[in-house]
Design a protein around this ligand. Structure first.
Ligand code: HEC
Ligand code: HEC
Ligand code: HEC
Length: 149
């Protein structure tokens, strides 16, 4: 065999063996157990704490019935309570643990409502420079029923 071919084949062999060796070290043991992912991740995800209670639980029994019925009849009925109020599972299980205060800043409402060229034109949008005199949005809009000022 010609020397330059020998060198090329040796390099190729080293590369293949190197790849197999490194792969054996860095690929986690449970990879491929069920499919093209780490089998252990299924258990890890199942063990994560539940943080969201869901909007339905806010309106249950003697809890926030009034707010829930106002909200479920409003333009915000597709925006879950915990979108603005944060994860509240702990509060649902123990009412002494208060959820963090709702984010009532202009920028937070603006995540969905500031004018963006990419948003569908039918979606209610405002220009933050001219709308609402720089006051907090909840000063004029009820976040639970935005048109009920
Ligand atoms: C679009 C955001 C948003 C959504 C959705 C939302 N809230 Fe609120 N919520 C707020 C803000 C902001 C305040 C503070 C109001 C203020 O400053 O006047 C508030 C205040 C409250 C308060 C305390 C003040 C009060 O009126 O008694 C409760 C309780 C509450 N929300 C419950 C709920 C429940 C239950 C839901 C779902 C059915 C919900 N919220 C959905 C933004 C929201
Ligand atoms: C997670 C996104 C989201 C956030 C945050 C949000 N909204 Fe909305 N808002 C919506 C959606 C969705 C609608 C319904 C749009 C539709 O009817 O097409 C809506 C509708 C509205 C409307 C029009 C109401 C109507 O009946 O047509 C107003 C006003 C409004 N929101 C104000 C606010 C204010 C004030 C805040 C902050 C307290 C806020 N929104 C936060 C998603 C959001
Ligand atoms: C000073 C009172 C006031 C404040 C503060 C205010 N708004 Fe409004 N908003 C109104 C009034 C009045 C209307 C209806 C007339 C109009 O479209 O300008 C309205 C309309 C809207 C609409 C509907 C626009 C449409 O074309 O469908 C949205 C969305 C909205 N506001 C979001 C917000 C957000 C988000 C904030 C905070 C960044 C905010 N508003 C602050 C008074 C206010």
């Amino acid at each position: 065999m010609q020397p330059h071919l020998k060198r090329a084949l040796t390099l190729l062999a080293i590369a293949i063996i190197g790849f197999i060796a490194v792969r054996a070290i860095i690929v986690p043991d449970s990879f491929g157990q069920y499919g093209w992912y780490r089998g252990d991740s299924v258990i890890e995800n199942r063990n994560l704490p539940v943080e969201h209670a869901g909007s339905a639980s806010c309106g249950e029994e003697d809890c926030h019935k009034t707010i829930s019925s106002i909200w479920s009849d409003s333009g915000h009925k597709t925006v879950n309570c915990e979108t603005c109020h944060g994860p509240s599972e702990e509060h649902v299980n123990n009412i002494r643990i208060m959820p963090p205060p709702a984010n009532d800043s202009r920028d937070y409402c603006g995540l969905c409502h500031f004018k963006r060229a990419a948003r569908p034109s039918g979606f209610p949008q405002i220009d933050p420079e001219t709308h609402g005199e720089n006051l907090k949005c909840a000063y004029c809009h009820n976040p639970h029923k935005p048109w009920f000022v």
